[in-house]
Design a binder for this molecule. Structure first.
Ligand SMILES: Cc1cc2nc3c(=O)[nH]c(=O)nc-3n(C[C@H](O)[C@H](O)[C@H](O)COP(=O)(O)O)c2cc1C
Length: 212
């Protein structure tokens, strides 16, 4: 086949390909714009659902993620990243703040926790959002595996006193796991540090500025 034949027969193919690419791109764009609001709504619903377990029995206005703030580094919360805080209100008054923090000293790496604290500094609930602890040992922190994480409900830095925020074997008030004390120590310390931060920064946490 001569060079001219290739060129002359190649052009229509290139045009067809270009046309197809344009049609496909347009279809992707249309599909994206049609589904994006739905995806965002699903993500929002999932977030709301994930936050609710740490607020059992507490009434609140509107949606939990309506008044989000980000506490940026450097801060004294557990973990080495910015911390999202979901501020919760009832009748316009602050009733709780939900912190997403990271306990850095888990057995197998960081443990991401959702820690709910009411406006007086009492724990409304804690859930493990993400971890890599060992099945049957450290993973008992997961509410799907055991009730261990529920023992923090209703606790504060005055009940029990701060020195008692430790596992029983270390002289504290909290249950431990047989043969796996590293994981519970990490979680207890992270909750305790979150409560201490809240105690020192309550006004800032509920400040008007909404950085959402
Ligand atoms: C394979 C393997 C996995 C382990 N996983 C965990 C874990 O997830 N969490 C934990 O605290 N300890 C875990 N341990 C045990 C720790 O190495 C350590 O011995 C224990 O946390 C100390 O607790 P103890 O003083 O109550 O024995 C694991 C040990 C082994 C050998």
């Amino acid at each position: 086949m001569t060079q001219e034949a290739l060129t002359s027969s190649g052009w229509p193919s290139a045009l067809i390909l270009a046309g197809l690419a344009a049609v496909c791109t347009a279809m992707v764009a249309v599909t994206h714009s049609a589904t994006a609001p739905r995806i965002a709504a699903n993500e929002q619903a999932y977030l709301e659902e994930s936050l609710q377990p740490v607020l059992q029995g507490i009434d609140y206005d509107g949606k939990l993620s309506e008044s989000t703030m980000i506490i940026t580094l450097p801060h004294k919360l557990p973990g080495n990243e910015d911390v999202p805080v979901y501020r919760v209100y009832a009748g316009g008054e602050p009733v709780a703040a939900l912190f997403v923090v990271r306990a850095m000293d888990g057995f197998s790496g960081p443990i991401r926790l959702l820690v709910g604290v009411d406006s007086t500094g009492v724990v409304t609930g804690v859930r493990v959002l993400e971890h890599r602890e060992t099945p049957g040992l450290g993973d008992l922190i997961d509410s799907a595996k055991s009730d261990w994480i529920l023992q923090f409900n209703g606790k504060s830095l005055v009940s029990p006193d701060a020195p008692l925020w430790a596992i029983k074997r270390d002289g504290g008030d909290f249950d431990q796991f047989t043969g796996a004390s590293i994981t519970p120590r990490a979680v207890i310390n992270a909750i305790k540090e979150t409560l201490a931060y809240f105690g020192d920064n309550r006004e800032y946490v509920f400040a008007e500025v909404d950085s959402k």
